[in-house]
Write a protein that binds this ligand. Structure first.
Ligand SMILES: NC(=O)c1ccc[n+]([C@@H]2O[C@H](COP(=O)([O-])OP(=O)(O)OC[C@H]3O[C@@H](n4cnc5c(N)ncnc54)[C@H](O)[C@@H]3O)[C@@H](O)[C@H]2O)c1
Length: 358
């Protein structure tokens, strides 16, 4: 039997235990988790006990000294992605780093360069590409059935959905609010379908009005409103070198109809589509044949039990079979570079250049 990959986990909170560790644990023949690190020793211990992992650390540098470890998951808050990722790559380990890849494009650039220099895989934790809807849609688009996608409207909108745990309301530790936290999912989902065209510029606006208001209801737990330093709503219009344009709307709090509104609407020269990354909403396709307008609901969307688990499986498969990263760091850099431009544009009031060069 081939050697099992040895895995380390850096940051062992919610996403690490619920998704990464669950993913590795689902492949006992291919990999083995050997060490868990968390700055909070109780969290590290609890994660290690849950998944029967032998070693725990509170300093990721100590974990990285273990030469037997082939790959790590980095699942720390956004401000602590860059150092463990760069250090792990320098230590010759493959990295699956949670989204957003960095706080900004400069951090992502460091990570991409480190991966290139080490010749190791850097994968970004953007699991929605692995959903059944995404697999169907990508195959449909790659077969040419949409024609050229020249416009998309991407929405990641919550009505009253500020995460009341962790550090999601803290700009210093997150780099931003809904734009960088959930906008990243829907923008990746959209650009993946569009073939990741090169972004040129963005115009945007962010607001911090509802999130800091103690009078308002929040459905995702309570939080200290005086510490809400991120935006609660962001919009952006992004232009690409190939002429395509995307509008992006993202909120933790907004006075909109449904509780959660996550979807992308694609406009192609042959057909259009509405695709939702999760939940059970069907893919909708809008097209024309024989001068007759057709609204189509696909009947064979692949069943995917967990996109999170499949993302981890894709990481392990890429390492074992020397494949390119299933979600390359360079895509994460493009997303962060777009967010940088939207945040800057909101301050300057002007359209800003997007610099996504590695
Ligand atoms: N892909 C997704 O759908 C998804 C969902 C939730 C969170 N995330 C991402 O996962 C990351 C973590 O989010 P979470 O919800 O798991 O947060 P969390 O607070 O539950 O867990 C983060 C853990 O990292 C630990 N930590 C902080 N700094 C550390 C350091 N320097 N070294 C080691 N451990 C450290 C904390 O003690 C905590 O236990 C964030 O980047 C977030 O954006 C992704």
């Amino acid at each position: 039997m081939a050697k099992k990959l040895k895995i380390g986990i850096i940051g062992s909170g919610g996403i690490a235990q619920g998704c990464h560790m669950r993913g590795y644990a689902s492949m006992p023949d291919l990999c083995e988790m050997v060490a868990v690190c968390d700055v909070n020793p109780d969290t590290a211990k609890q994660a290690a006990e849950k998944y029967d992992v032998g070693k725990t650390y509170t300093d990721f540098r100590e974990l990285l000294k273990d030469k037997s470890i082939d790959a790590v998951s980095v699942a720390t808050p956004n401000a602590y992605h860059v150092e463990p990722t760069v250090e792990a790559l320098k230590a010759g380990k493959h990295v699956l780093c949670e989204k957003p890849l960095g706080m900004n494009a400069a951090e992502c650039r460091r990570m991409c360069r480190a991966a290139k220099e080490a010749d190791k895989i850097l994968q970004v934790g953007l699991q929605n590409r692995f959903t059944g809807a995404a697999r169907f849609m990508k195959a449909y688009i790659d077969a040419g059935s949409m024609g050229d996608i020249y416009y998309a409207r991407a929405q990641a909108l919550r009505r009253r959905g500020v995460p009341g745990w962790g550090v999601f309301i803290d700009k210093e530790k997150q780099g931003g609010g809904p734009l960088i936290d959930i906008g990243v999912h829907i923008l990746d989902f959209t650009l993946y379908f569009m073939g990741y065209p090169k972004p040129v510029s963005a115009f945007g606006k962010t607001w911090n009005t509802l999130g800091k208001n103690p009078e308002l209801f929040n459905s995702w737990g309570d939080y200290d409103r005086s510490k809400f330093t991120v935006e609660d709503f962001a919009v952006g219009m992004i232009k690409f070198e190939n002429g395509a344009t995307v509008t992006l709307e993202s909120s933790f709090m907004a006075n909109q109809a449904s509780g959660e509104n996550f979807k992308t609407q694609l406009y192609g020269t042959k057909s259009g589509a509405i695709v939702t990354p999760w939940g059970d909403k069907p893919v909708e396709i809008f097209t024309e044949a024989n001068r007759q307008l057709l609204d189509v609901i696909p009947a064979n969307i692949p069943h995917v039990e967990s996109a999170h688990v499949d993302e981890v499986k894709a990481f392990v498969d890429a390492i074992l079979h020397h494949k390119p990263s299933p979600v390359p760091g360079e895509n994460g850099l493009i997303l962060n570079a777009i967010f940088d431009a939207i945040y800057k544009s909101s301050e300057t009031g002007h359209e800003e250049k997007v610099n996504a060069a590695v």
